[in-house]
Design a protein. Structure first.
Lengths: 368, 326
């Protein structure tokens, strides 16, 4: 009975195509049509500017707490860009740009952060799940959806997002393990933005990479430069194609950075240095991509300016619409909607009592 | 005596217990440098080091399971679950182990741990950050469930919880973390777990509440006194489980009328137990049906409608007047 090393073939890789200086590795450049490149660029700028606008709305008390996405535009847009409408996405709470890409209206985002449940469902009839706040829980839902897709013999896929902190939760590991066991068409995107609130990536796990977590479950894992949209796109597309072809799940670790506070309730000065933040500013995903597009001859400073104006107007329109809706949508009775398909009798009785109360005391403005 | 918020009072309790007893260890997500997202553990890592205020990876079942192990080995872990909405990941560790190990080992082991966690609405938060699910925990035999209502009793009860030989779930009302200050003595103070308190004396109506709902309850009591001439006897439960019924039963034997206020959903909320005890022990004294002003049996809505969901002074007054007139 000799004692020897077990060698496990590693399916763990890393990928970078467009480096920090905007230099391109030609051999790895994905074949993305110009139109899609420009659409992605626009979505990145829109995501960034909308994030900034949400922050100012929050600071003015016009919406509540939210989780900014600034710095993570490439990491999420590159991932969802190769999805089809019939695919499903299960976001966490930091995928606003990806959600807009998939068809969510900015109005809905504002409404939800403004404290209106009406903002949760999507305008567009597609298959994405609502935001999941309990960290990593959504990985299992995506896995279940993927299992069902396979059962129904569809070539669709499910994509779940989570953060670096999320890889510590049992749900994440259970999701990866099930995905491996069932060879389910699920793509798990881990946006490693280096922080889980105040806990740095280095304290979250002793593993050198998050991608290597895939190794234990024998599914492919890849660590991607998450601020390089070409690399994120390429890795995601490969994983999606494999999943569609019946070759199972992939874990993608997008190495990126949370440029802003965790949420608007957080003060990052307590736990991280400006120096670190500034170092990451140099790796800005938008600037890098713009350089690539300009070098390619399909973008110019002038076009960027026009785009910025355009995006600004679009955001303003959405803010105006959403605020108008919020003014109208304050019927407190609506909180009884959607609890059940049919309200149980005793809850219905509570609803009626509340209606009476409202008639009596709501006038004093205490119920809105 | 310094006037402090509940956050500061809780911090004081932790600091004093940590100074005194090196078995007391804090652990949880962001409890170190960040001082907890509500700053209850602020400064403790600087004062006591990373072995006493331990930042954990993001995993609630891990935090609670580890706390159980630490407690079994003789430490006094005080773990923080960032929001009670995320404590269901660790529910099984509490129900299956923390609450049972004394019993399962037939007294050989004990699990003297505290699980602190913010609960309740009123802070314009995201989903899962506003619920009041004390019933989940108060239904578990072998476990204690405490909910303070202000800085002074929070400080004293937390000290008692840390010293308690049984596992304690300690709910902290987010809405009252910083809402008001109270004088809290520098000297050590404890308060017995499992004892309610009378905070206002009156002969007409018994009002029973706890936690963040004590404020609107007391405000309503004042209005009833001033505007209606109704004298209320107000009981602060403080411990939900094991529930102390001595004060409120005795009170209802005097007043004949009772009203319960909590923000948890009505069905099988703590009010259901209170009313049952009254039926068992004060039935013949009751002069009117007992009223419950509670959260509705629906999920608490996002914050634009949160005030409609949460019991407020108006709803309490309306119910109190109804009880008085029947
Ligand atoms: C199960 C659970 N525990 C705790 C929280 C509170 N919380 C919200 S986000 C967060 C950190 C998440 O870090 P990470 O997974 O890296 O995602 P990021 O916020 O960086 O996008 C924590 C602890 C939560 N939402 N869910
Ligand atoms: Mg993170």
């Amino acid at each position: 009975m000799p004692r020897k090393k077990i060698t496990i073939p590693s399916k763990v890789e890393s990928l970078s195509i467009l480096n920090e200086k905007g230099q391109l590795d030609k051999t790895l450049e994905p074949d993305i049509p110009e139109e899609l490149l420009l659409k992605l660029h626009r979505a990145m700028v829109l995501g960034r500017r909308f994030d900034e606008r949400l922050l100012s709305l929050q600071r003015q008390g016009r919406i509540g707490t939210f989780a900014p996405i600034t710095g993570q535009e490439a990491s999420q847009l590159g991932a969802v860009a190769p999805l089809r409408d019939t695919d499903w996405m299960a976001p966490s709470f930091r995928e606003m740009a990806a959600e807009l890409w998939r068809g969510k209206a900015m109005e809905s985002v504002i409404l939800a952060y403004g404290g209106y449940n009406e903002g949760w469902p999507d305008e567009k009839e597609h298959n994405d799940l609502p935001v999941a706040i309990p960290v990593a829980s959504q990985v299992l839902h995506a896995l279940g959806i993927a299992w069902a897709m396979k059962y129904r013999q569809k070539d669709d896929v499910a994509m779940a997002f989570l953060g670096d902190g999320g890889t510590s939760e049992g749900d994440f590991h259970e999701g990866l393990n099930f995905a491996g066991v069932y060879q389910a068409p699920v793509i798990i995107i881990c946006q490693n933005n280096q922080w889980a609130i105040s806990v740095p990536r280095s304290k979250q796990t002793r593993s050198k990479t998050l991608a290597q977590k895939a190794l234990a479950y024998d599914i492919p894992g890849i660590q991607v430069d998450g601020n390089d949209i070409l690399a994120v796109y390429a890795a995601s597309k490969e994983a999606i194609d494999r999943a569609r072809a019946g070759e199972g799940a992939t874990l993608i670790e997008n190495v990126t950075y949370r440029m802003m506070m965790h949420t608007t309730a957080d003060d990052p000065k307590r736990y991280r240095t400006d120096k670190e933040v500034n170092a990451w500013k140099k790796r800005d995903p938008i600037i890098r991509f713009q350089k690539y597009l300009i070098d390619k001859g399909i973008l110019s400073d002038k076009k960027i300016n026009t785009l910025e104006e355009d995006v600004k107007a679009e955001i303003q329109g959405a803010v105006d619409n959403a605020e108008a809706m919020m003014k109208k949508t304050i019927e407190p009775m609506d909180m009884f909607n959607h609890a059940y398909e049919e309200l149980p009798p005793y809850t219905e009785q509570q609803r009626k009592e509340f209606e009476e109360e409202l008639a009596e005391i709501g006038k004093e403005g205490n119920h809105a | 005596m310094p006037k402090v918020t509940m956050v500061q009072a809780l911090n004081m309790a932790l600091r004093q217990e940590m100074e005194k007893d090196d078995r007391v260890i804090i652990l949880g997500e962001d409890v170190g440098l960040d001082g907890g997202v509500f700053r209850v553990t602020d400064g403790l890592v600087q004062e006591f080091g990373e072995d006493r205020s331990v930042d954990t990876p993001l995993a609630e079942s891990g935090i609670v399971g580890m706390s159980i192990g630490m407690a079994l080995y003789g430490l006094r872990p005080v773990c923080e679950i960032q929001f009670s909405g995320f404590s269901y990941h660790n529910f099984h560790q509490i129900e299956n182990h923390a609450a049972r190990l004394r019993w399962r080992s037939q007294g050989r082991f004990q699990v003297p741990m505290v699980l602190r966690t913010p609960y309740g609405g009123g802070v314009r938060a995201l989903e899962h950050h506003s619920e009041s699910r004390e019933t989940f925990w108060s239904h578990i035999p072998g476990l204690k469930m405490v909910i303070p209502s202000g800085p002074r009793n929070a400080r004293a009860l937390l000290v008692s919880a840390i010293r308690d030989p049984d596992p304690v779930i300690f709910y902290e009302g987010k809405a009252i973390y910083r809402a008001f200050r109270e004088e809290v003595p520098e000297e050590e103070e404890t308060m017995p777990i499992g004892q309610s308190q009378r905070v206002k004396e009156g002969k007409d109506l018994t009002m029973i509440s706890y936690g963040a709902m004590m404020r609107p309850t007391l405000q309503a009591a004042e209005t009833l006194q001033e505007k209606d001439g109704i004298e209320t006897d107000v009981i602060d439960l403080l411990t939900i489980s094991p529930m102390d019924d001595t004060l409120f039963v005795e009170s209802v034997q005097k007043t004949g009328r009772a009203l319960v206020v909590h923000e948890a959903p009505r069905t099988l909320g703590p009010g259901a137990e209170i009313v049952s005890r009254l039926v068992e022990k004060a039935f013949y004294y009751l002069e009117a049906p007992v009223a419950r002003v509670t959260g509705f049996d629906i999920i608490i809505p996002l914050f634009s409608r949160e005030n409609a969901y949460l019991p407020n002074v108006h709803r309490i007054l309306r119910a109190a007047r109804k009880v008085m007139s029947s």
